[in-house]
Design a protein around this ligand. Sequence first.
Ligand code: ATP
Length: 235
Amino acid sequence: MLKLEGVDAKYDSFKALDDVSLEIDAGELVVLLGANGAGKTTLFNTISGLMKPAAGRITIDGKDVTGRKPSALVQAGVVQCPEGRKLFPGMSVLKNLRLGGYVHRRDRAGMNRTLEHILAMFPILEEKKDQPAGSLSGGQQQMVAVGRALMGRPKLLMLDEPSLGLAPLVVKQVFETVKSINAEGTTVLLAEQNAYAALKIANRAYVIENGKLVMQGDRDEMLGNEAVRKAYIGA
Ligand code: ATP
C-alpha cells in the first residue's frame, strides 16, 4: 500500500534521508530500527507530508502523493503518532481524542463509534475522559496519543517510539495494543528503540543508518541476525 522509491530528504544541505526505497503491504506490521539520529523521525515526517522529499517518489495504493500536504496524506489514510506524544495538556482526554478525527471526518456517528471502540480498548481513558490530558501518567498519555491517531481511522498508522519513557509493564501493554490494532486490519509502521519487543510483534523490519536503509528482513531473520542483535538488541 505504501511505496517509497529513491527518496531523499534534506535539512538545508544536510541529507537526512538518502535514496530510501521501501514497500509496505496492506495488513503488515513493519518495524523501523535505527539509533538516535539515524533518520527515523525524518522518514516518518516525509511519509506524512510534514517534510517534502528532495528527491524520489511516494505512492499510496498506487497513487502518487509525493510532496502533498499533511492533510492530503491524512485523507489518504496515513496517520502519524509522533514521538513525545504532543497532546494538548490542558484539554480533556475526550477532546484530545476527538481532535484525531477533526481534519477529515465529517461522519459524527462514525466518529462516535470509533471513540467508543477506543475507550473500550483503553478502559482507563473512559474513567479519565473529562480530566485534562496533562494530568494523566506517561503511559496513559501514550494511550491518548495512540487513541487520537486511531480516531483518524488510519489505513497506515505510523508510531514513533510509543514506548519511550514508559515503565516496563506499560511498555508491554503498548506493544500488545499495537499488535491488536494491526490484527484488526490497520497497517503499522513502528519506530522503536525497544527492538526486541518490537520485532516480536512484527512481520518485517528495516534498519536505517545515517539516513540509508542498510538492511531488511522478516522477523525471524532479524532476530537471528548477529549484526542486528549486537547493534539493537544486545546480549
Ligand atoms: P531519534 O530517535 O533521536 O528521534 P531519529 O532516527 O528519529 O532519531 P531524526 O530525528 O530523523 O533521527 O534525525 C536524523 C538526522 O537529521 C540527525 O542527524 C539529526 O541531527 C538531523 N536533524 C533532525 N531534525 C533536524 C532539523 N530540524 N534540522 C537539522 N537537522 C536535523
